[in-house]
Design a protein around this ligand. Structure first.
Ligand SMILES: *Cc1c(COP(=O)(O)O)cnc(C)c1O
Length: 402
């Protein structure tokens, strides 16, 4: 059956909350995807920063299949070996004290917000405590996560949301300081803003926010859902800054496509919630935990962060050259394998051109930024190939808009 037929059937059944690109993917291999007509695509989107190890990693796939045949669900009323192992490995990689496994990034954010609320409750702060979040942030679409997502367009149709969220300017310490008072119980932010346009926190900003949280006995929650799991060149982006959060969230690349997220806490945040305060039926079941456990093994054994540092620097050079060459490119930001090029115009047509004419999967961040979040196992020749296809797409798009 051809792609058009599938697309028509999809539009008939699926609730319309997405405008999808007209491609039906069938299978993947390494850093390539193939559509149902057998056409090959180079993937620099990685399923939105998820497929860190790429597609079809035999060692990982074997581990997932073995766990399916053994046991894949038992609920959280019992213990399982994969959960213990994934938990130990995640704590070792993150220097945190406790972990709770979730089904998604959004649910990890919900858990982190509940720690903040419980922490305020334990301190008898009443019910009018405040949480500081950032403008242009993204933390998810559930009502709690949406409440701290600094995007009016996403929030407005679903109000009222959680009250007393104060939005500060990212990388502007004074604007965070201005919101701090005795009612502040937590600050939540991404270490590198993803959806908002790829903005890494400056060292001065992150250290300053950490200091403000310490002075006011407030929790620092870092959202590492997109920038974590090696993407920045450090296992978690905050590790490159020399600060430690009280709570952090992880998801996306943790399960390499198998749905798993987690919130982790240390110190006083690790004991804020009590038995009965939180739960999940699927969260951290043996299937997803065996997968995450193997992903974490592979990260260590193959030195994925070392590889990201090397190819990330190469991608940086190549994108700098592009930014110098094309007037339509206004800025270049990022770190490791989470980089962005900001264009003068909306990048929708360019992304579509790259995908359909050049067989290159790219995704945007906001309206004007192309985000480069390829599988972490990408090699330098893949980057050369991407740049070649991207240039052709830029030229074709410029011709169309003139
Ligand atoms: C994707 C993302 C989320 C939401 O994760 P889901 O798995 O889609 O629920 C939250 N925060 C950040 C920074 C993200 O990139």
């Amino acid at each position: 059956m051809n792609q058009k037929t599938y697309i028509d059937r999809a539009e008939h059944v699926l609730y319309k909350t997405y405008n999808r690109f007209p491609v039906v993917f069938d299978h993947g291999e390494g850093v390539h995807l193939y559509d149902t007509d057998g056409e090959e695509y180079l993937d620099f989107g990685a399923g939105i920063a998820v497929m860190g190890l790429g597609y079809g990693d035999q060692e990982l796939n074997d581990a997932v299949k073995a766990q399916i045949d053994k046991l894949y669900h038992i609920s959280n009323l019992f213990y399982s070996q994969p959960m213990v192992e994934a938990g130990e490995k995640l704590l070792a990689a993150s220097q945190m004290d406790k972990v709770f496994f979730t089904n998604s990034g959004t649910e990890a954010i919900e858990g982190a917000l509940k720690i903040a609320k419980r922490y305020a409750h334990n301190k008898e702060m009443g019910t009018d405590y405040e949480i500081i979040a950032m403008k242009h942030s993204f933390h998810g679409r559930s009502l709690g996560a949406l409440s701290v997502t600094g995007n009016r367009h996403y929030q407005e149709p679903f109000e009222p949301l959680i009250p007393n969220i104060r939005f500060a300017e990212f990388n502007n310490l004074e604007s965070v300081k201005a919101w701090f008072n005795e009612k502040t119980c937590a600050v939540i932010m991404e270490t590198i803003q993803g959806e908002g346009g790829i903005y890494p926190a400056t060292e001065e900003f992150l250290k300053g926010v950490r200091r403000l949280c310490d002075e006011h006995d407030a929790l620092l929650i870092l959202d590492e859902i997109q920038c974590g799991m090696g993407r920045s060149g450090d296992m978690f982006a905050w590790q490159g800054y020399g600060v430690r959060p009280d709570v952090m969230t992880v998801a996306k690349a943790l399960g390499n496509g198998v749905p798993i997220g987690a919130f982790l806490a240390c110190g006083k945040a690790a004991t804020a919630m009590e038995p009965g305060d939180h739960g999940t039926t699927y969260g951290g079941n043996p299937l997803v935990c065996a997968t995450a456990s193997k992903v974490l093994d592979i990260f260590r054994q193959r030195d994925i962060t070392g590889h990201v540092k090397e190819v990330g620097a190469y991608l940086w050079e190549k994108l700098e050259t592009l930014a110098d060459k094309y007037e339509c490119i206004e800025a270049h930001r990022g770190k490791g394998l989470i980089q962005g090029l900001e264009f003068r115009e909306a990048v929708g047509p360019l992304v579509k051109n790259a995908l359909l004419a050049q067989k290159l999967v790219l995704i945007s961040a906001g309206t004007n930024v192309i985000r480069f979040v390829p599988p972490l196992v990408i090699e330098k020749p893949d980057i050369d190939e991407m740049v070649c296809r991207l240039e052709k797409a830029i030229q074709a798009t410029m011709e169309q808009t003139i």
